[in-house]
Design a protein around this ligand. Structure first.
Ligand SMILES: Cc1cc2nc3c(=O)[nH]c(=O)nc-3n(C[C@H](O)[C@H](O)[C@H](O)COP(=O)(O)OP(=O)(O)OC[C@H]3O[C@@H](n4cnc5c(N)ncnc54)[C@H](O)[C@@H]3O)c2cc1C
Length: 407
């Protein structure tokens, strides 16, 4: 079991400065995941002098350890979001995911990192009568609200998937989305931010962010940086820098394996409602199947940010493909890793101005890829204009639904 992910092992990342950062900038962005990188990019595009500080390497956190799905939907089932937040908020958040997927795709094309993001169908299997009923309801609700989604029956699936299906597979839903190598995508976006003048320092841990009469003081392990404004995009670690977020954004460990190269079997991104937390997998162009989920088969680790894979989850992940596609026989893992997702009680992220000159964004509930580029753009706009765009309203810290218990 490795301390780094398949993507982190396979992708060359550009070198950045380490050690003492410059002592001042217009805006300091903290965190070099998708959100921090996109914030730096959009702020630099708006002409700000930006300094991004990352304590490890770019995409060292959830972004570099995820499964690379860019699904233009809400994190929880759409029917559940409608029930919990009402139809208007559900529609607005889903629209943001759709627009965010397009925006991420456009940025990687514009910035020449397109090879690392493939537009494709994303299929979620249904395995029994109740799952079929819920899946068809999801299609009906989505289409009624203007979000394309289709039902595929078992015969349709048999034509798409390159190995015989287990008898339990009744059908599935499909949406158009994308699959990414999130490390390469983030590295490309941060490279683009650099070309626009953003400075990036890795190996710099931020210990505190404090408002001052003239802006913000950022204390790091390599000295102090003074800035007019700061954006905190540290996701699972948000509570360390903004104590009132500790009870709002909670780390939850997710786990993934990569198989050795297999024949081409899965032309689409795949998911199935196996175990309470579900499973999802994609086949990389090199043939490896990257498969994650199953986190609820055992008790969560004492430190969910520790990034150490759990053996029980690993074993459960190895059983997924043989149980759904028996002709495959036993599956091996060539790589196994874990990462810290960040959950909120109501399934929506937080994007908030937490002090006069400080913003915080995070808590994407294991579903940040479709939202990263667009939420970062809206946060950058807020930082530059002082006005929160209406599209960020569902992610306000004072929303009523945030006080509930965690799923
Ligand atoms: C196993 C797993 C599978 C997932 N699969 C998917 C998927 O398929 N599709 C999807 O949409 N989402 C998925 N997600 C969720 C997705 O990866 C996240 O929503 C998204 O990457 C969050 O990006 P971020 O920039 O907010 O956070 P992160 O990528 O976690 O970035 C935060 C960064 O802040 C840095 N940092 C922390 N504290 C400090 C500090 N004090 N000083 C300086 N730097 C600091 C960290 O090192 C880290 O690099 C998955 C997550 C995991 C863990």
């Amino acid at each position: 079991m490795a301390a780094y992910s398949y993507w982190q092992g396979a992708s060359a990342r550009r070198p950045f400065a380490s050690g003492a950062p410059p002592s001042s900038a217009d805006v300091v962005v903290i965190g070099g995941g998708l959100l921090g990188s996109c914030c730096a990019y959009w702020l630099a595009r708006r002409g700000r002098s930006v300094l991004l500080l990352e304590r490890d390497g770019v995409a060292a956190g959830a972004t570099g350890r995820n499964a690379g799905f860019v699904v233009p939907t809400t994190a929880r089932a759409y029917s559940e979001v409608v029930r919990q937040h009402g139809p208007a908020v559900a529609r607005a958040v889903r629209r943001l995911a759709v627009d965010g997927t397009r925006m991420l795709t456009r940025v990687v094309v514009d910035e020449g990192v397109a090879a690392d993001l493939r537009s494709t169908d994303l299929i979620e299997l249904a395995l029994d009568g109740e799952q079929v009923r819920l899946a068809k309801r999801e299609v009906e609700l989505s289409v009624a609200d203007g979000f394309p989604m289709s039902w595929l029956d078992r015969d349709d699936l048999a034509h798409v998937i390159g190995t015989p299906l287990d008898d339990r597979i009744a059908g599935g839903t499909t949406v158009s989305g994308a699959l990414a190598n999130s490390v390469a995508v983030t590295d490309g976006i941060i490279g683009a931010a650099g070309r626009l003048g953003a400075a990036v320092h890795t190996g710099v841990t931020v210990n505190a962010v404090r408002a001052t009469p003239s802006g913000v003081r950022v204390d790091t392990n390599h000295g102090v940086v003074h800035a007019a404004q700061a954006v905190i995009a540290v996701n699972a670690w948000s509570g360390e820098l903004v104590p009132r977020l500790a009870d709002v954004i909670r780390p939850v460990q997710g786990q993934v394996i990569a198989t050795p190269a297999m024949p081409a079997l899965f032309p689409a991104g795949m998911a199935a409602p196996i175990s309470d937390s579900g499973v999802y997998w994609q086949q990389d162009p090199d043939g490896s199947v990257i498969l994650g989920g199953c986190r609820t088969v055992t008790a969560p680790p004492a430190d969910p940010t520790g990034q150490v894979p759990q053996p029980e989850v690993h074993e459960a992940l190895l059983r997924v493909l043989p149980s759904l596609f028996p002709a495959l026989g036993p599956v091996r893992s060539a790589h196994s890793w874990a990462g810290a997702m960040a959950f909120t009680a109501d399934g929506l992220p937080v994007a908030e101005r937490v002090d006069e000159s400080v913003w915080a964004v995070g808590g994407f509930n294991g579903h940040g890829m479709p939202f990263g580029a667009i939420v970062a753009d809206l946060v950058a706009e807020w930082v530059c204009t002082g006005v929160r765009g209406t599209r960020l309203a569902p992610f306000a810290l004072d929303r009523a639904t945030l006080g509930g218990s965690f799923a």
